[in-house]
Design a protein around this ligand. Structure first.
Ligand SMILES: Cc1cc2nc3c(=O)[nH]c(=O)nc-3n(C[C@H](O)[C@H](O)[C@H](O)COP(=O)(O)O)c2cc1C
Length: 155
């Protein structure tokens, strides 16, 4: 099993990284091959809205066509059996790098074609398990971050 673990925190030894490293250890202990990515070491932007991925001739290719340092990371994710993304919460949302990464991963894999149930058809034709790890400071009572909504983007 190939697992990609992405630390989308600028801190390589922070709270998010610690939890991500625990996931790496757990996955490796269970026999998985794991790639660990410190996302902030990659020079990339979010979706540039070039729409190359939505051209008819590219309707089968789920990989973002924009060429920058994220391309190899996106390919790793598309080849993975599971993707785990850890992000700190900044002002009630995921980090800007996590957001930029998700734009690039999801828009290229997405289509505007609807299935019988009205759901958009993905170009990815196999299951990739996903999980998000969120770290933040506020108590549960103070929390205004709705983690479930964020996770729904991935499913
Ligand atoms: C710019 C910024 C914004 C933050 N906004 C929030 C927030 O809205 N809610 C919260 O609970 N914590 C917030 N925090 C705290 C971080 O989410 C928290 O400390 C997190 O665990 C840091 O992760 P790291 O150790 O991987 O950097 C913020 C921190 C920073 C630097």
């Amino acid at each position: 099993m190939n697992v990609v673990v992405i630390n989308a925190s600028p801190r390589k030894k922070g709270n998010t990284a610690e939890l991500c490293r625990n996931v790496v250890e757990g996955a490796q202990d269970n026999g998985a091959d794991v790639e660990y990515i410190d996302l902030y070491t990659y020079d990339f932007k979010g979706c540039m809205s070039c729409f190359a991925c939505h051209l008819k001739k590219n309707s089968e290719n789920p990989l973002c066509f924009w060429k920058d340092e994220l391309k190899d990371v996106l390919q790793l994710c598309l080849d993975a059996d599971a993707i785990v993304i850890g992000t700190p919460i900044y002002y009630g949302s995921i980090s800007s790098s996590a957001q930029a990464f998700l734009e690039r991963l999801l828009f290229a894999a997405d289509t505007y074609v609807l299935d019988e149930e009205g759901n958009r058809v993905s170009k990815i034709k196999r299951e990739i398990k996903t999980a998000m790890i969120y770290t933040m400071n506020v108590t549960k009572e103070m929390d205004y971050f709705n983690g479930e909504d964020q996770l729904a983007i991935m499913i």
